[in-house]
Design a protein around this ligand. Structure first.
Ligand code: ACM
Length: 518
């Protein structure tokens, strides 16, 4: 019924009805969760949910409550009262989403709905997430998306009790992060002349420039909006590879003085990387300083993936740096570069995060996101890195969700279907306990080479993101007996929210409202 599947839910007889007269008691730290419930229910229900010391809806934060951790909650709904309790305010925010899902699906509509009784079944719920990192990465570098859509996406993450929006803000094809000290990053790096059609190497292009950049005020307001919903926005600034947009803006950051490059218009791995001279490290520190100012999240992602070393192998400056540092080969500059940046972030009180794409050594202070193979996650965890699992065959939503020829173009080489996403174990039972204990959680990736619009992004994300959310919260959720039946109910919620999605594609027990799909 609920996604993600609660760790414990028991039905008890009766129903509780929200109506015009229902009031809420939520003192102190419980206030923001009550305000969120009001905000979320208002458009469809118009319920005022006024504050009153009498209840019958009571929200309580009690730090003494045991066993609920940072995000767990207890919910007791009886015919005459509703009690939501948590040890931390974040737990109440998760409980609010459960209340929303217990209501009729129409409660999620953005428009007023008449003649629906706002009743929920009486239940006893104790619900605690297995993993503290349950997220989604959205690539806004390849395709810029307006903040209004990011806000909508935050709401969709929160509905599924996901708690991280990882924003991929810079890449070869576009720089979207405003940096006052380096205005050309967005002025020049924010626009590419055209975009490759089809997959990497196609040689075909459209004729349309693609532009976009956020303002610091927009990003700050997104961060605040997300925080009210218990979602942390984690910024990613790519280095030392995937940097071509920055090189177009500031050629002096590259490996060859005097060379001019344009913002990249192709897909794939670009061989142009940042140089390794002092000016580049200073640039990265300045940029990240401004990033820290906008994004309070404890984690800051600096990419680190797909960094060819061809330029470092021929650049006199990079070769001199290799010799000066006593490194065996220019390849080792990658770890040196990330290490310097990691130190900077640690000194600033943040935790550095990067992609891991093989079993090679990364600077020890980094939390890593293995994206190719789950086995790289095990190797990293054994070396002591905290790990957020992002293996492409289970979490990359830019791969098609079925082999149906009608699916939109996706990455080649795999189908990542709903079942593959649900089957993935963030901390596989075959891993030794010490390694499994280093797994912080998991997240889905939506890279946007092949998608342009918010609707196309939603189509990739849903319903696969529901599957990821389910297992990240509760790995005991069973595909056949828990998840699929819940998803049938959930499709009506997605429809009420107007979420474009692939049809669930399983026999339906009863009529559901019509849904949008491609
Ligand atoms: C990645 O897919 N290059 C992280």
């Amino acid at each position: 019924m609920i996604i993600p599947h609660p760790t414990h839910l028991a039905r008890i007889p009766g129903r509780f009805t929200f109506d015009e007269s229902t009031t809420v008691r939520a003192e102190g730290a419980a206030g923001p969760a009550a305000a969120l419930l009001r905000t979320l229910l208002a458009p469809a229900t118009g319920l005022p949910l006024r504050s009153s010391p009498a209840g019958p809806v009571v929200f309580v934060v009690d730090p003494e409550l045991g066993g609920l951790g940072a995000e767990g909650y207890g919910l007791t709904v009886g015919p005459d009262a509703l009690l939501l309790r948590a040890a931390r305010p974040e737990g109440l925010l998760r409980g609010v989403q459960t209340i929303r899902q217990l209501l009729p699906a129409e409660a999620l509509s953005p428009r007023p709905v008449a003649d629906v009784p706002w009743r929920i079944p009486c239940v006893q719920v104790t619900d605690v997430p297995r993993f503290g990192w349950r997220g989604m990465m959205l690539d806004v570098a390849r395709r810029f998306q307006p903040v209004s859509f990011l806000r909508r996406f935050v709401d969709l993450l929160a509905l599924h009790k996901l708690n991280v929006l990882h924003l991929h803000l810079t890449d070869d094809q576009g720089w979207r992060m405003p940096v006052a000290a380096y205005p050309r990053l967005t002025e020049v790096g924010g626009t590419r002349a055209r975009s490759m059609l089809g997959r990497a190497g196609s040689g075909r292009f459209d004729a349309a420039p693609h532009s976009g950049a956020y303002t610091a005020a927009e990003l700050r307001s997104l961060v605040a909006y997300a925080a009210e919903r218990g979602v942390s926005v984690v910024p990613e600034i790519e280095m030392p590879g995937h940097a071509r947009a920055a090189l177009a803006a500031y050629p002096g950051l590259g490996n060859f003085p005097g060379r001019r490059l344009e913002v990249w218009t192709e897909w794939g791995v670009c061989e142009n990387t940042f140089g390794v001279h002092d000016e580049v490290l200073e640039f990265c520190r300045t940029v990240l300083g401004e990033v820290l100012d906008v994004f309070p999240s404890p984690y800051v992602h600096v990419g680190g993936d797909e960094c060819p070393v061809t330029e470092w192998e021929t650049s006199p400056e990079a070769l001199a740096r290799t010799a000066e540092l006593g490194l065996a080969a220019p390849r080792a500059l990658h770890g040196w570069f990330l290490g310097r940046i990691g130190e900077f972030l640690l000194e600033a009180g943040r935790r550095p995060l990067c992609w891991a794409e093989d079993s090679g050594v990364l600077p020890p202070q980094f939390t890593v996101m293995p994206w190719r193979d789950a086995g790289h996650g095990l190797a990293a965890a054994r070396r002591g890195h905290p790990v957020v699992m992002a293996p492409h065959r289970a979490t990359y939503l830019d791969y098609p969700q079925s082999d149906d020829p009608g699916e939109p173009l996706g990455q080649a080489g795999a189908v990542v279907d709903l079942r593959a996403v649900h089957a993935a174990e963030a901390a596989p039972p075959s891993w030794e306990p010490a390694a499994a204990a280093r797994v912080l959680g998991t997240q889905a990736q939506v890279w946007t080479e092949f998608v342009r619009t918010p609707e196309e992004i939603e189509y990739l994300a849903f319903p696969r993101l529901c599957a990821l959310a389910d297992r990240a919260w509760n790995p005991a959720s069973d595909w056949a007996t828990d998840f699929l039946p819940a998803l049938q109910h959930h499709e009506a919620r997605l429809a009420a929210l107007g979420v474009t999605h692939r049809a669930v594609g399983i026999p339906r027990r009863g009529p559901l409202p019509s849904t949008t799909s491609h």
